[in-house]
Ligand binder design. Structure first.
Ligand code: ZN
Length: 134
């Protein structure tokens, strides 16, 4: 597997508008995209920090994964996404090494990327996402 960089850090927030204000007016970053991902029941906002992005996630449904996360743990870092060459191959590689997967096959995430999640029980508590452009 070849991880090129941290593609993004996913952060669960209660209120996207309020959070965007913080990142823009306090940290001086610029939100360049807001996108709803119906599949994951979230609305996302993106900021670039070098090669890495910050992905803010607000739940559109209390029963969705981010809604449940915030109910349990509150706002905060939700997942870490690695850019890989090929999600399918990378999933197979880690599965062969005994890692439990949430997604056996990639699905479409924000920005049209192919994404898949590894189970945090297998990754020392961090929800890990792989993403690739193809
Ligand atoms: Zn993500």
């Amino acid at each position: 597997m070849e991880i090129s960089h941290i593609e993004h850090i996913g952060i669960a927030v209660k209120n996207l508008e309020e959070s965007i204000k913080y990142y823009e007016s306090i940290l001086g970053l610029k939100c360049y995209a807001v996108e709803e991902v119906a599949d994951q029941k979230v609305k996302t906002a993106f900021f670039k920090v070098g090669d890495t992005k910050i992905e803010l996630l607000q739940s559109t449904d209390a029963e969705g994964p981010i809604g449940k996360f915030i109910e349990k743990k509150g706002e905060g870092i939700h997942h870490l996404a690695f850019a890989v060459k090929d999600v399918v191959g990378s999933l197979k590689e880690v599965e062969d090494k005994g890692i439990k997967l949430i997604d056996k096959a990639p699905r479409k995430g924000a920005e049209g990327l192919n994404i898949a999640f590894l189970h945090p029980k297998s990754t020392n508590g961090i929800l890990i996402e792989f993403c690739s452009e193809k």
